[in-house]
Design a protein around this ligand. Structure first.
Ligand SMILES: *[C@@H]1O[C@H](CO)[C@@H](O)[C@H](O)[C@H]1NC(C)=O
Ligand SMILES: *[C@@H]1O[C@H](CO)[C@@H](O)[C@H](O)[C@H]1NC(C)=O
Ligand SMILES: *[C@@H]1O[C@H](CO)[C@@H](O)[C@H](O)[C@H]1NC(C)=O
Ligand SMILES: *[C@@H]1O[C@H](CO)[C@@H](O)[C@H](O)[C@H]1NC(C)=O
Ligand SMILES: *[C@@H]1O[C@H](CO)[C@@H](O)[C@H](O)[C@H]1NC(C)=O
Ligand SMILES: *[C@@H]1O[C@H](CO)[C@@H](O)[C@H](O)[C@H]1NC(C)=O
Length: 488
């Protein structure tokens, strides 16, 4: 009896120890689909070992090709062509290609990269209803992203980077509630971003850079897991986007952001990477961003940020790269940013810093420019006063109208007479500055007490940083999460 039980236990163990990836022979219809894919892709050299006898489910994964099966069906298909592969010839038909793909109905991961695919994204693909990951990077798809894509309810990752999609993001995307990664970089998408983006609550990566999106970024602050927001090279603005404080990377470079950096950014304790260069930001730069605990990269070049920097401002030890070029900073470069610290890249020309080098403007330049940019919000204020007066006067009675218009005119006249310096002064007394001064005082005391830790620098080459900016690898971030798929 006992022996029987132990036999049974042994058998159970044996069954359990067989890897779930064990697969038998692929269904012959699926083998035919794969061979048809090879043919429709014009028999590319990296698939030239495929034939009727190929054991597709037990091939060694390689950089250009991975096939994963479960039982007798293909569940993952990754085909990666050569970088810069040209468009497939005119006789290629994306519809025939899609019809062939739906012959692999158990696909959960479909990654077809740099294969020269072209045409509109066929709605037929939504018949692959188990899809969790769709990655069509670097092909020649054009036309709009079909709204039918929102019927792929299990979709977690949608990557359409480097195609020529046009139009807007389909509104229906919001029904893809499992979506973790949405990346449509380097396309020709345009229009404003739908507020419904703010309801994709599992989103961790939102990458829309290098398109033609315009207008205000919708409120993303309820996306509690958002780690990467990449909106670079669009025409978005003017307000700084609202995100949750889990954010790790914010890229807004080359857009139309104006106004200032909201105070909340100073509480982004996980922020590692901030690139808001080449916008039209104005106002005081909150220097406390230099000492955010995780910060490694700050690029605020080509804006109109103002502020006086101090030698004893603190920087985070993790900070490797700072570009302050072409702003309106005055004062002295914080000593934690001075060249002596070898592995840190710091660029600051085109400001009014008292550094003694010739790439700085005279102090008066920054002062005058600051006054010039300070003028703009004053005009905004006038407009608002008039608008409020108008709204009130329309709802009031005739007598009310007369009184209110009289008052509005008075208010407006007073506002016009206000000297333009006022905006700058108002800002100077804002909380940024008081925090700034508090930090500076604290640091002075710490230095006196000899308690200031010298930061330990991590080496980080410029190349690495550039690479990090240009092509962050979305799979790394997913890898950190709860995902269980094979990625390469
Ligand atoms: C397309 O044309 C090429 C030759 O021009 C031919 O080799 C190939 O088989 C054709 N492909 C399809 C899918 O018809
Ligand atoms: C594979 O087998 C099918 C039928 O079994 C046949 O029509 C086809 O020509 C074969 N293809 C190759 C590449 O051998
Ligand atoms: C992308 O599409 C737009 C609009 O259809 C077109 O003007 C442009 O030439 C296309 N670009 C490429 C690289 O095909
Ligand atoms: C900065 O302000 C000046 C003066 O108003 C303006 O000419 C310039 O375009 C602004 N630069 C940026 C990057 O916004
Ligand atoms: C710093 O910013 C300036 C102005 O945008 C730019 O020309 C320069 O290339 C930037 N430096 C680096 C290393 O990114
Ligand atoms: C999508 O494909 C690109 C190109 O191969 C790759 O860099 C990226 O990591 C892939 N992302 C995912 C999530 O598969």
């Amino acid at each position: 009896m006992a022996e029987k039980v132990s036999h049974l236990a042994f058998l159970v163990l044996l069954v359990l120890s067989i890897p779930v990836t064990y697969t038998g022979q692929l269904q012959s219809s699926q083998t035919q689909s794969l061979l048809q894919i090879q043919y429709l892709l014009n028999n590319p050299p990296f698939l030239n070992d495929w034939n009727n006898d190929t054991d597709f489910c037990n091939m060694e994964p390689r950089s250009t090709l991975t096939i994963v099966c479960y039982k007798d069906s293909v569940t993952q298909l990754h085909i990666i062509g050569d970088v810069g592969a040209p468009r497939l010839p005119e006789n290629f038909s994306i519809d025939s290609f899609a019809s062939t793909l739906v012959g692999l109905p158990s696909l959960t991961v479909l990654r077809l990269v740099s294969l020269g695919l072209w045409g509109s994204l066929p709605t037929k693909l939504t018949r692959l209803s188990s899809l969790e990951i769709l990655n069509l990077t670097s092909n020649f798809f054009h036309g709009t992203i079909p709204p039918e894509i929102s019927s792929l309810t299990y979709l977690q990752t949608l990557i359409l980077d480097g195609n020529n999609f046009t139009g807007g993001l389909p509104n229906g995307l919001v029904s893809l509630s499992a979506l973790v990664v949405l990346s449509v970089k380097y396309n020709s998408l345009y229009g404003s971003l739908s507020v419904s983006l703010g309801r994709l609550e599992n989103l961790r990566i939102l990458a829309l850079s290098n398109n033609k999106f315009s207008g205000e970024v919708p409120d993303l602050s309820s996306l509690a897991n958002l780690q990467i927001l990449d909106l670079g090279d669009n025409a978005l603005g003017p307000r700084f986007p609202a995100v949750s404080n889990k954010i790790e990377r914010i890229v807004l470079r080359r857009n139309k952001f104006t106004f200032g950096i909201p105070e909340k950014v100073q509480s982004y304790n996980q922020l590692e990477y901030l690139d808001i260069s080449s916008n039209r930001f104005v106002g005081l730069f909150p220097a406390s961003l230099l000492s955010l605990p995780s910060i490694a990269y700050i690029n605020i070049a080509d804006n109109n940020f103002t502020g006086m920097l101090f030698e004893n401002l603190p920087c985070s030890p993790s900070l490797d790269f700072v570009n302050l070029t072409s702003n309106l900073f005055t004062g002295k470069l914080p000593s934690c940013l001075l060249p002596g610290s070898k592995h840190r890249v710091v660029l600051y020309s085109g400001n009014c810093l008292a550094t003694g080098d010739k790439n700085q403007h005279p102090f008066l330049f920054c002062k005058n420019e600051a006054l010039a940019v300070g003028n703009l919000p004053q005009h905004e204020k006038h407009k608002r006063v008039f608008k409020i007066a108008l709204a009130l006067s329309l709802t009031g009675g005739i007598i009310g109208v007369i009184i209110l218009v009289g008052r509005a005119l008075l208010v407006a006249r007073r506002a016009v007479q206000t000297p333009p310096t006022r905006f700058v002064e108002e800002n100077a007394s804002s909380s940024y500055t008081s925090k700034f001064l508090r930090d500076a005082r604290y640091i002075t005391r710490a230095t006196k007490l000899g308690a200031l830790d010298l930061p330990a620098y991590r080496s980080f080459s410029l190349e690495e940083l550039k690479e990090a900016t240009n092509n962050f690898d979305t799979s790394t971030f997913i890898g950190k999460g709860s995902h269980d798929h094979v990625w390469q």
